[in-house]
Write a protein that binds this ligand. Structure first.
Ligand code: NAD
Length: 450
């Protein structure tokens, strides 16, 4: 079907779309990125990056120099000059917990309208996380209506959920655990499988081909299971916190060695946040209620997580004797290390509670300071580095486990803080070492006097 490499258009140049675009282009696939945000379009065309993601900036420069990536806000230009289109627009949550599909609808309409004037087969791939039935229902209907073509004949359509992790987006795109293709017809599945085989070569990951509904469900269920694992170990942490000699890190290590459980996503801490888990769990919960089914494990997973920020605040209150008018340093703002993304970050809830309790908050994050300024404005103080952040503080709370924080020693806190009260919300510091020299509290470990 294709003499040269498949040409790809990608609608939505956020964390997923941009990572996908640069990775495809770096392996020789010509990519046209499409976004309604003109700032993103011009940044890419100037070889600049607007998110923090390890390795992405270098790749943008490389593929721009080779002429393999360009961006536009013009859907028709991109559709007429490509063979495949990936939809990677955002799918946020509506106030009632359902998924807001406005961006998917809008993007699909513009793709379909542009396809009307195009000759030849074109494959449309939904990578955005969408509720079961969206690809075969909404997307297919809009595509056929506005392109005046038939899915399965003139057009191919697949759901192909994305599993990359922010902070590891490039690595995960080049080496995913698996690929799930939810095909609306066999030809579309064959074409997409062939494309991935060309992209991955000898490193082809395990591939699951199924219908679109299963593919869409797999994404939500996957995220719910991961969140449940984290909430489970956080629940265990609360028990460990009460029992002399118990330590959640050791308990997690012990159960993680059981192959049926596995060690990943068993780190107790301040809870999960970010752009995916909270919204995807909300969407799954909404789906259960739509079908009149109960989802107690999902409810409990969310409930445990909702209490995590308060657990840290309680520890901070106990260790300091009260937070009113106390100078509190927050180490880490992004929802996890190696990203600047603060969507639904736990740090936001913690900081808002601290402010309500009368604390004077100073923050530092290696990459998320611009996003933090947009969220907190004048309500907090911003530091240029971690030492500047803890200087003169009466309490330091580690919220995001950036590797540079792990290098801090008790002596650093003693030297720069007014009163070295430290709350480790991610089990980064060695409790034995810190307890000898500072007032210290952490998750899932009983500490005398607290
Ligand atoms: P994002 O908010 O970072 O990016 C979405 C982009 O789509 C924005 O740049 C926006 O301007 C653009 N957009 C909106 N409407 C458009 C339109 N009509 N045409 C072209 N562009 C349009 O979102 P994201 O984090 O990259 O997530 C995208 C999807 O992938 C979501 O469904 C999400 O659930 C899913 N996902 C995200 C991750 C992640 O780690 N961020 C991982 C897996 C799956």
């Amino acid at each position: 079907m294709y003499e040269s490499k498949v040409r790809v258009s990608i609608f939505g140049l956020g964390y997923v779309g941009l990572a996908t675009a640069v990775c495809l282009a770096s392996r020789g696939f010509p990519v046209i990125g499409v976004d309604i945000d003109l700032k993103k379009v011009s940044a890419i065309n100037n070889g600049e990056c607007y998110i923090y993601e390890p390795g992405i900036e270098e790749l943008i420069k490389e593929v721009r120099e080779k002429g393999l990536l360009k961006a536009t806000s013009n859907p028709t230009e991109s559709i007429l000059n490509t063979d495949f289109t990936f939809i990677t627009v955002s799918t946020p949550t509506n106030p009632n917990g359902s998924v807001d599909l406005t961006a998917v609808e809008y993007a699909t309409k513009s793709i379909a309208t542009s396809l009307k004037g195009k000759k030849g087969y074109h494959l449309v791939v939904v990578k955005s996380t969408v509720p079961p039935g969206t690809t075969e229902g909404l997307v297919k209907k809009i595509l056929e209506e506005f392109s005046e073509k038939r899915v399965g004949i003139d057009l191919g359509l697949c759901a192909n959920p994305e599993f990359l992790r922010e902070g590891r987006a490039i690595e995960d795109t080049f080496k995913p655990d698996r690929i799930v293709i939810g095909e609306c017809d066999k030809r579309a599945g064959d074409v997409l499988e062939r494309f991935y085989k060309e992209f991955y070569g000898d490193d082809m990951p395990p591939l699951l081909r199924t219908n679109a509904v299963n593919a869409e469900l797999i994404k939500y269920v996957n995220n719910a299971f991961l969140a449940m694992k984290v909430s489970f170990i956080n629940m265990v942490a609360d028990l460990c916190q009460k029992i002399d000699g118990a330590d959640v890190d050791i308990v997690a290590k012990g159960i993680g060695l059981d192959k049926r459980i596995g060690s990943l996503f068993l780190k107790a801490g301040a809870g999960w946040g970010g752009s995916c888990l909270p919204k995807d769990l909300e969407a799954l919960k909404n789906l259960y209620s739509k079908y009149g089914e109960r989802a107690p494990l999902i409810d409990a997973t969310i409930e445990v997580n909702d209490h995590r920020p308060n657990k840290l605040i309680e520890l901070a209150e106990r260790i300091t004797g009260g937070l009113n008018k106390k100078r509190v340093a927050i180490l880490g703002l992004s929802f996890k290390p190696d990203t600047d993304d603060m969507r639904n970050a736990v740090s936001i809830k913690i900081i808002n509670t601290l402010i309500n309790k009368g604390a004077i908050v100073t923050v530092f994050d290696p990459k998320a300071m611009d996003n933090a300024r947009r969220i907190f404005g004048e309500r907090v103080n911003y530091s240029k580095d971690v030492i500047d952040c803890i200087k003169g503080a009466e309490c330091a709370i580690l919220v995001t486990e950036w590797s540079e924080f792990a290098k801090l020693k008790p002596e650093d806190f003693i030297k720069y803080m007014k009163d070295p009260c430290i709350v480790d919300g991610r089990r980064v510091f060695d409790p034995k070492e810190f307890l000898k020299k500072t007032k210290f509290a952490t998750i899932g470990l009983k500490i005398d006097g607290l």
